[in-house]
Design a protein around this ligand. Structure first.
Ligand SMILES: CC(C)(COP(=O)(O)OP(=O)(O)OC[C@H]1O[C@@H](n2cnc3c(N)ncnc32)[C@H](O)[C@@H]1OP(=O)(O)O)[C@@H](O)C(=O)NCCC(=O)NCCS
Length: 179
């Protein structure tokens, strides 16, 4: 019998005029992830993630590192805004002018200082600078409470739930937005 895999995500939208997010840590700097510096994430996330970063940067996605004294302590990505419908991450169907922030993480040693919020704001700002009409979304699994708190603290508003499922291991995911 084929197994059904079902995942529920909460999706949030960037507010038009969010207040500034500040981190309680000093010396956090944000900088772009490029194909040439993707190996900088290796100490934090390992070689497989570094290779994935190189591919994502090559394909035009926008990535940011958060660094302290040059060391990578966090990262996040946003899809480049597009005027076409497309599927992202194998499950998320984006409408035209929607941009998705995804693949964010903060080093466990540095969590709880709103570094995530800094990344979210800057990724949203960069997406909007490339498409003034971009609706900037961020998704997270519905039971990821740390992520949900960080997203809400950064001033994002709940937008919709996304339920995705597939039957068997190899079928493509199907998804439905639930308001
Ligand atoms: C989700 C994540 C990016 C948040 O990063 P962050 O910079 O710590 O975010 P914040 O400082 O805004 O903290 C958010 C919440 O994390 C929790 N938190 C705080 N300190 C923490 C710690 N030391 N360890 C774990 N969670 C902690 C708290 O619930 C906090 O919310 P609160 O301050 O309102 O209570 C980080 O926990 C992480 O990398 N998790 C694993 C990957 C992941 O889930 N990515 C998100 C996918 S969108």
């Amino acid at each position: 019998m084929k197994r059904i895999r079902l995942v529920k995500y909460r999706v949030f939208e960037w507010r038009d005029a969010p207040e500034k997010v500040t981190t309680s840590l000093r010396g956090v700097e944000l900088s772009p992830i490029t194909p040439g510096n993707s190996e900088c994430v290796q100490d934090f996330r390992g070689p497989a993630v570094a290779r994935r970063f190189a591919n994502m940067a090559d394909s035009g996605q926008i990535g940011l590192y958060a660094r302290i004294n040059g060391r990578v302590v966090g990262h996040g990505w946003v899809t480049a805004p597009s005027d076409r419908r497309r599927r992202v991450n194998g499950y998320f169907d984006l409408e035209p002018h929607e941009a998705l922030i995804h693949f964010c993480a903060v080093d466990p040693e540095y969590r709880g200082h709103r570094i995530f919020g800094l990344l979210l704001h800057e990724l949203a700002r960069v997406a909007r600078s490339k498409d003034l009409n971009a609706k900037v979304l961020v998704d997270t699994e519905s039971e990821n409470s740390a992520s949900i708190k960080g997203i809400e603290a950064a001033g994002f508003n709940p937008s919709f739930d996304l339920v995705v499922w597939r039957v068997g291991r190899w079928a493509p995911y199907r998804g439905r937005r639930v308001q």
